[in-house]
Structure formats: structure tokens, C-alpha cells
Design a protein around this ligand. Structure first.
Ligand code: OXD
Ligand code: MN
Length: 597
């Protein structure tokens, strides 16, 4: 099939990839409905995808990955910058020449007997000054169909790139034999290239997402003066119609999708408050002409964690999955070909297929201690399906950001919410985010680890330089900089119960944050930052659950725990050596001396 572009940089690179992988056929993805429909039909005929109930779930498909291939593989993810020091201590590194030498034989002839799909796509609205083009070649129809949902895919991306530009990210993916021993997710930041092999799991193979929009884009942002962050973007509309835009960075599977699509409690909806979703996972941020920081969501869909999603926890996400959605590794109800996962409802299907493909009696299977859906099973849903998608979703200029929120899963230490003293202190607050690990990546779950700005798995260069970049951006923004906050929805009591209701009630914390941005409310100055006066967190309607004593606990700053935290941060910071910005070292010293006063 003939190329869809005259761009010689694209064509020569694709020719090179064809010569390397030797596919039987090459299909250029134009993004047309006819082409996608025929790919869906082909995937269904080979069993790669399963058609779900087209009346209840129109346009929805199901896919199962191999049991060894269900999450991102951080230990097999590499940043191959020319100099090892530029990848920094938080990334796996290998010299680019050595990595190319190792991977080239693995790709040699890997697509023999297969078709190569050439996917042009834009991250960001086509034509947005903040958008960027990528091209992914892959031997997986599943990848094509997911990229169709997650990006602006098709010929328009090539038209936007133009006939001459070399500014596109080259993504090479082959599922090969899905061999975990030879699985590699590799980034060559200086070559604008990503090579992924032996996986078919979303986060490892939808190369526009984590690989491009975070790892490569963070490196590009550093060089070009903008930021790529692991952040949701939402707008809170007040009764007077004014919308305040907020971004929030939480580690994987810590509720970004839920916060982004939050439905406020009744005491807010009755007044006319509303939350709009701009993005649920990634934000690209750049200073606008008016000096403020603007954000776009480079994605076009949601690759959300299914378990736990239900009409109460996230009605809008659930509703987004009701049509044209791909479900991966959830359970299937064989009676009516619908889907099920833990936490959807209390009625697991009796006649079920569990995520690995075995036919089981759902309730019995669960009673024996098994899970019907994989804990990291996913839905890939078009953003336009979301009932609360922001009218600004496709605005090429993005939305102006008033607040940036960091957060993680912390049983103790970190209060419900606090505000940093200023931008550099906020950067410090982001740098010290720690969180308990989740099923989104392979490895142990529930282990506390440092995850600065929720970017530990996604920063494509040295973390110390990344913090320096934050400091520099703050200098440029000056008094137009967003205010920076930290939240923790996950505080536990001594019996291990969550003490904050979370979900829609997180609106109560957003409300405080917005009032702080508007300068319409005072706060308590503590050693770690500004905390709410207890009376300023609206608990109308949840007084029984959040008693004054619990609120006090939620807003407590335990000095001893924080002193221990300082010791731990000092240890954590050591690995960054002389690339730790002096501003961060100073913030740590200041925190310590405030605690010792
Ligand atoms: C994701 C992740 O899939 O962070 O968004 O793992
Ligand atoms: Mn994520």
C-alpha cells in the first residue's frame, strides 16, 4: 500500500523499519471508518478481539492479554540517552549503540508472515501549537484500535506534520512472541525514538501514551521550555459560571480518573457547581501569551483501571464505557456477552469467563479467593463519551491552570490537604511524593516508594534536572504561577479503615483549594505549609462520618512523623548528587529547621 505522506523523513524511516522487520504486508492507517471496521472484523475473525453484546454495549470489543503481560514493566523500561548521567538514578540505562545492537536482531524479520500497520497520530488537538505528531509501526491490530481511541489517529496527523518536518516521534512496536524474558520498552530521547518488543499490554505498546507523551515529551519539554506531566486536568464551574482549572498528579491507580470525573455532593450540585473533565492522566503545560500556565490533554480517550469503577465511585467513567470501548482483561458474562469486574456491583456473573480465559462460576470462583478480572484490567473509552467532558477539551490553546495538586497513597504522615508556601516549596512538595505501589506496574503491591511528581516511572531524563526545570518554569511564571497543593485521600485509622470518604466528597477539598486560589479564605501556617482551619472544610451532609475528631486527625501534622520523613527524604535525595537543585536542598533544610524550632 502506498505511503500516505510525501514527507521523506517519514518515508525513509518506515522503509528502514520494513527492511528490518520484513512484514508480508504494509497497511497505512488513514483513520477512515471503512478501514477501522475491516480491521475490527479481521480481529474478531482471528479471535484477537471478541465482540460484546452490540445492543447493550454498541461498538464494544473485548481483548485478553497473556497472563505474563498485564502491566507496565518498569524493570524492562530503559532511557537510552547518550550519557548515562542524563538518564539519572531513577531510570534504567544502556548506551544507545549497545541497545540498538541488542534489539536489532530481535526485530530482524519479526513481522514475517504478519502485516505492519503504520499509524500516524497527533498527541493534542490537530493544529494545536502544543500538539506533536508521532508515527507508530506495529504488528498488532489491538494497538491500532486502541490508538484510534487514545489519539487523533489518521492522515490528518501527516497533513499537520507537513511534507518536510522531521519533528515526529518514531515508534517501533512488535508483539513478537510476547516473551517476558525478551520484553523491552526502550526510549532513545536524542533520536526521538521508541522501540517496544514482546509485549501487547497497553502501557507498553500504545506508544503515544506513557512512552511518547511522558518519557520522550518530558525530555522535549525540558529542551523547548514546556512540561509533560502525569496529571489529570479538570475544571470546577461555580454557580456564576466561572471555571477554575486544576491539574493533579497522583501515581498510577490512585484515583486520577475518579477525581477528573467527580460528581460533587448534593450540597454543591444544588448550588450549581459542576466539574468538567479535560484529561485523566497526562497534561502538557506551557506558558501562554498572557503569562499564565496553560494545559492541554494530549490524549483523546481514557485508558482507565476497571476494578473499583461503579456507578457510585465514578458514574461518568462507567457511562463513558457504554459504547465504542475496548475492554482488556476484565471478566465476561457469557449469558449476555457483557463485562464484569470486582467492584462493579455485587452480582458477579454465574456463567463467567475469568480474565485468563477459563469458564467459571463467578460467585464460587470469588469465594475461593480468586479475582474474575485482573486488578489492572482496563477500559479504553473515547473521551467524547464522557458526560462531563469539558467544552474546552479540543481548545488548541488549552486551559489556564490556577492550581496544581500532588498526592499519593499514605496511611499516615500526610494530611488531607496542605498548600505550599510558594512555587519552589511546591516543587519540593512534588519531589517528596511517596505512595504505596499499585497493580498498574508489575512487582509488589502496597510498598511505600518515592514517586516524585508521580513521574518516577515516566521522567525521560535525570530527575534532578527535571526539578531544576520546574524551578526555571516557576521563575518564568512569576506571580502568574499556579498555587501548589498536596492531598492525601488515603489516611487510615488504627484499624486500617479510610477516614476520609473520598470520591465525590473530594470536591470539599477542591472547594478549599479554589478559595485559596481566589485569596478568599485564610489558612493556618504550619511547619509543612498552609493547612485549612477545620471550619473551612465543608462537611455539610457528612457530619456523621467526618466528626470533629476525625477532621482533626485528617488535618494533623505529626512532628515526629515529619522528622522521620525528613531523614528519609535526605537519604532519597543523596542519589541525585550534584544534580539536586540547590533550591530543593534548601527547602529540605528549611523544613527541618521549622520542625526543630
Ligand atoms: C496508566 C498508568 O496506565 O499510570 O495510566 O499506569
Ligand atoms: Mn497514568
Amino acid at each position: 500500500m502506498a505511503s500516505l505522506t510525501k514527507n521523506p523523513n517519514v518515508n525513509s524511516w518506515v522503509d528502514e523499519m520494513i527492511a528490518l522487520t520484513k512484514p508480508d504486508n504494509v497497511v497505512w492507517i488513514d483513520g477512515s471508518d471503512e478501514q477501522l471496521e475491516s480491521l475490527r472484523a479481521e480481529a474478531v475473525s482471528t479471535g484477537e478481539m471478541i465482540k460484546l453484546n452490540q445492543e447493550k454495549l454498541p461498538g464494544c470489543l473485548y481483548h485478553r492479554t497473556l497472563p505474563n503481560d498485564v502491566a507496565r514493566v518498569e524493570d524492562r523500561t530503559f532511557i537510552c540517552s547518550k550519557n548515562e548521567a542524563d538518564a539519572g538514578p531513577t531510570n534504567n540505562w544502556c548506551a544507545p549503540a549497545d541497545m540498538y545492537a541488542k534489539l536489532t536482531p530481535m526485530y530482524d524479520g519479526v513481522m514475517k508472515g504478519r502485516t505492519m500497520y503504520v499509524i500516524p497520530y497527533s498527541m493534542g488537538p490537530i493544529g494545536s501549537p502544543l500538539a506533536k505528531v508521532g508515527v507508530e509501526v506495529t504488528d498488532s491490530i489491538y494497538v491500532v484500535l486502541n490508538m484510534d481511541i487514545m489519539t487523533r489517529m489518521g492522515k490528518a496527523a501527516f497533513d499537520n506534520l507537513g511534507d518536510k518536518s522531521n519533528d515526529f516521534v518514531r515508534g517501533l512496536h512488535s508483539k513478537a512472541d510476547v516473551d517476558p524474558e525478551n520484553r523491552y520498552i526502550v526510549h532513545f530521547p536524542e533520536d526521538n525514538a521508541i522501540w517496544s518488543i514482546n509485549s501487547a499490554y497497553g502501557g507498553n505498546v500504545l506508544l503515544g501514551k506513557k512512552c511518547f507523551a511522558l518519557r520522550i515529551a518530558s525530555f522535549q519539554g525540558k529542551n523547548e521550555g514546556w512540561m509533560a506531566e502525569h496529571m489529570l486536568i479538570l475544571g470546577v464551574e461555580k454557580p456564576n459560571g466561572e471555571v477554575t482549572y486544576i491539574t493533579a498528579a497522583f501515581p498510577s491507580a490512585c484515583g486520577k480518573t475518579n477525581l477528573a470525573m467527580l460528581i460533587p455532593p448534593e450540597c454543591y450540585t444544588k448550588e450549581g457547581y459542576k466539574v468538567w473533565t479535560v484529561g485523566d492522566d497526562i497534561a502538557w503545560l506551557k506558558q501562554g501569551d498572557d503569562g499564565r500556565l496553560y494545559a492541554i490533554n494530549p490524549e483523546n480517550g481514557f485508558f482507565g483501571v476497571a476494578p473499583g469503577t461503579n456507578a457510585k465511585s465514578n458514574f461518568n467513567a462507567l457511562d463513558s464505557t457504554m459504547k465504542n470501548t475496548i475492554f482488556t482483561n476484565v471478566a465476561v458474562n457469557n449469558d449476555d456477552m457483557t463485562v464484569w469486574w470486582e467492584g462493579l456491583d455485587k452480582n458477579p456473573p454465574v456463567n463467567a469467563t475469568e480474565w485468563k480465559g477459563a469458564k467459571v462460576n463467578g460467585p464460587e470462583f470469588i469465594a475461593e479467593g480468586n479475582k474474575l478480572a485482573h486488578p489492572n484490567s482496563r477500559f479504553t473509552a473515547p473521551a467524547i463519551n464522557c458526560p462531563c467532558i469539558s467544552p474546552e477539551f479540543n481548545n488548541p490553546q488549552g486551559v489556564p491552570i490556577s492550581a496544581i495538586i500532588f498526592g499519593g497513597r499514605r496511611a499516615k504522615t500526610t494530611p488531607l490537604v496542605y498548600q505550599s508556601f510558594d512555587w519552589n516549596h511546591g516543587t519540593f512538595v512534588g519531589s517528596i511524593v511517596s505512595s504505596e505501589t499499585t497493580a498498574a506496574a508489575t512487582g509488589a503491591v502496597g510498598v511505600l516508594r518515592h514517586d516524585p511528581m508521580a513521574m518516577k516511572p515516566f521522567c525521560g531524563y535525570h530527575m534532578g534536572d527535571y526539578w531544576a526545570h520546574w524551578v526555571e518554569i516557576g521563575e518564568k511564571l512569576g506571580d502568574k504561577a499556579p498555587k501548589i497543593f498536596n492531598v492525601n485521600w488515603f489516611k487510615l485509622d488504627d484499624e486500617g479503615h479510610f477516614i476520609w470518604p473520598g470520591f465525590g466528597d473530594n470536591m470539599r477539598v477542591l472547594d478549599w483549594i479554589i478559595k485559596r486560589c481566589d485569596d478568599s479564605i485564610d489558612a493556618v501556617e504550619t511547619e509543612i505549609g498552609y493547612l485549612p482551619n477545620a471550619g473551612d472544610i465543608n462537611i455539610e451532609g457528612i457530619e456523621d462520618e467526618v466528626t470533629p475528631k476525625i477532621l482533626e486527625e485528617l488535618l494533623a501534622v505529626d512532628k515526629d512523623l515529619w522528622k522521620a520523613e525528613v531523614t528519609d527524604i535526605r537519604e532519597f535525595y543523596k542519589q541525585f548528587g550534584d544534580r539536586l537543585p540547590s533550591e530543593m536542598a534548601e527547602q529540605l533544610n528549611n523544613l527541618e529547621s521549622r520542625l526543630n524550632k
